[in-house]
Design a protein around this ligand. Structure first.
Ligand code: ATP
Length: 218
């Protein structure tokens, strides 16, 4: 069977506890810049040694589902949530690479904060062998690495040309010119707990679900 690559496939992993407009808006803008037809949201299974999400995996998945129900850009891949053990991004990417074939252009989307700490990820040196990295700006985070070696790594792989992303399977880093949305899930949880949430930060259907499930209240 001859393998025929599709256009650039993009994944966006996160804890999504809860999903908010700081996740959705920058990624929508990035999709326009790069010409992504679809973005696959990949909710994480959180390892036991990390701070655990307040919402259950089923609740986080439902919030993601509600957030994207009217937005055809997004779909969901539940493979990390369905596993009983935590999976590292590199493992998921390696599996997807096998499924999609070596020629398929594949990208993983992260925020600027994640880029700056990428060298703490398990197997991070292998990431660009499997995918491109597409980075959304995030307010409050430096645009450069303070470590000159990491800055050199960025310079080596950086591209400003979206065509390179869709014509090669992996290996580039694209820094998106995306809107700065000053929201974090931590802050949302804190504000919900103290009853002070600005409801413009999350899609209304997600907000109703949070209230119905009485999430993020101590
Ligand atoms: P917390 O503040 O609790 O760490 P978070 O919203 O940053 O929550 P995740 O849900 O795990 O955490 O984030 C998933 C991805 O979304 C990460 O790559 C992160 O960098 C990115 N991201 C989250 N919020 C923003 C934002 N406001 N702007 C740009 N990227 C963001």
């Amino acid at each position: 069977m001859t393998f025929k690559p599709k256009g650039l496939q993009a994944l966006f992993g996160g804890t999504f506890d809860p999903i908010h407009y700081g996740h959705l808006r920058p990624v929508e803008a990035l999709a326009k810049q790069v010409g992504l037809e679809k973005v696959i949201l990949l909710p994480n299974h959180v390892p036991p040694h990390r701070p655990q999400p307040e919402a259950s995996p089923a609740q986080r998945l439902e919030m993601v589902r509600l957030a994207i129900q009217d937005n055809p850009l997004f779909t969901i891949d539940t493979r990390e949530l369905e596993r009983n053990s935590p999976s590292y991004t590199i493992e998921t990417l390696t599996t997807l690479r096998k499924e999609m074939g070596s020629e398929q252009p594949l990208a993983f989307i992260i925020g600027q904060d994640s880029l700056l700490s990428i060298n703490t990820w398990h197997g991070w040196e292998q990431l660009l062998n499997n995918c491109h990295l597409l980075v959304c700006s995030r307010p409050g985070y430096a645009t450069n690495f303070s470590d000159p070696q990491m800055q050199a790594w960025l310079a080596e792989h950086k591209t400003d040309d979206p065509n390179q992303l869709s014509h090669t399977p992996s290996g580039y880093i694209f820094l998106g010119d995306t809107p700065l949305v000053d929201i974090s899930a931590t802050e949302i949880r804190k504000n919900l707990n103290s009853g002070q949430l600005n409801s413009n930060l999350i899609p209304p259907a997600v907000m109703s679900y949070i209230q119905q499930q009485q999430l993020y209240h101590s």
